[in-house]
Write a protein of this length. Structure first.
Length: 325
């Protein structure tokens, strides 16, 4: 009898497939469909700090009364927050699988109270999507790291539910960052967020949006860092994210040491059915390999357990090119 159950960041999931935070998870009815298709958990779309600030700023610019500034900011925030709390409550009322709330933030203070409200609304865990593009020439790595640590510390002091950090892959030392987040209370890490990509239309000479969806070729970085982080930080809960499009990708991430995986682009392009198909194939693979539980093979090929861990650290293509004509 095959059991797909997995432990992720203090949550018990019936299987390791999580629907990643995005517009996919912005409706309670659709979230129910993902549950019916077999999803192990759902991360609700994020509430963006930036989005609230932009909306407040635009309303403030239309106001004749400078003294209304604080009122407008608070009003916009309260409205957006209330809509979000409703999404949590309604999804919790319809779904039995864990519901993870998500916020995109970079200032701890702005979100402490909101984190508490999300917990009270019934969220089973909180995913903090801390991402912004820093282009300051006087960039200070320590200050950036301190910002991440401050956010996790403050949120952990405020809520009792598990708190997971979702990070981008553009850090010079990802294991060191995840380690310090864990030391400061993070219950898990999502590797990785995928940032917006700009493109240029050479006919209209305009800046345009690049492809929003990941491709299968993005999986390599996800696997590399899942294996290294899980191998170097015992007990860390990782959800691999970015480039997981097929059932084999799920197995690869689990072998690398992930506790769960998040799927987003594949669900956008193939619909909820892909969850059912992936789960069926994972079960078939386990049955064929004579595994009854995920724990039996999770991390078998992590940095700590692989016979050739140096493969995960290889940065150059020298061997590859020397073998090619
Ligand atoms: C259309 C779209 C909207 C997204 N919105 C969010 C969001 O609100 N919050 C968030 O943390 N990630 C968001 N993401 C990122 C996804 O959750 C995920 O991390 C990323 O797409 C990589 O996973 P994938 O390769 O399965 O697509 C979004 C992705 C897409 C494609």
């Amino acid at each position: 009898m095959i059991n797909l159950e997995t432990q992720y960041a203090g949550l018990t999931l019936r299987n390791p497939i999580i629907i990643g935070s995005s517009g996919l998870t912005s409706s309670p009815d659709r979230n129910k469909e993902y549950e019916k298709a077999g999803a192990g958990a759902i991360v609700l779309k994020s509430l963006f700090e930036e989005q609230i600030e932009m909306q407040s700023t635009s309303l403030m610019s239309e106001s004749y009364y400078p003294e209304a500034t604080d009122y407008i900011r608070e009003y916009v925030k309260a409205n957006q927050v209330n809509d979000y709390l409703e999404l949590i409550k309604k999804t919790k009322a319809t779904c039995n699988i864990p519901v993870i709330a998500s916020t995109n933030c970079y200032k701890a203070d702005a979100w402490i109270d909101f984190a508490r409200q999300m917990e009270l609304a019934g969220a089973d865990a909180l995913e903090l999507n801390v991402f912004y593009v820093d282009t300051d020439l006087a960039y200070d790595y320590d200050a950036t790291r301190a910002m991440y640590v401050n956010i996790i510390r403050r949120v952990k002091e405020t809520v009792r539910i598990p708190v997971i950090m979702k990070i981008g892959k553009f850090f010079s030392n990802i294991p060191a960052l995840v380690h310090i987040l864990k030391v400061n209370g993070a219950d898990g890490a999502v590797l990785f967020n995928r940032c917006y990509r700009p493109d240029i239309d050479i006919n209209t000479m305009q800046l345009v949006s690049g492809n929003v969806f990941s491709s299968h070729s993005d999986l390599g970085d996800t696997l590399r860092w899942t294996a290294i982080v899980s191998g170097k930080i015992p007990g860390i809960s990782i959800a691999s994210s970015t480039g997981i499009h097929e059932w084999e990708d799920v197995i690869k991430c689990l072998l690398a040491g992930a506790s769960a995986v998040q799927m987003c682009s594949a669900v956008y392009t193939c619909g909820a059915e892909i969850i059912t198909q992936v789960l069926t194939c994972v079960e078939e693979w386990m049955s064929h390999a004579k595994y009854e539980s995920i724990a039996e093979f999770k991390g078998k090929l992590s940095y700590a357990n692989s016979k050739n861990p140096g493969m995960y650290e290889r940065a150059q293509f020298m061997k590859y090119f020397s073998n090619r004509d």
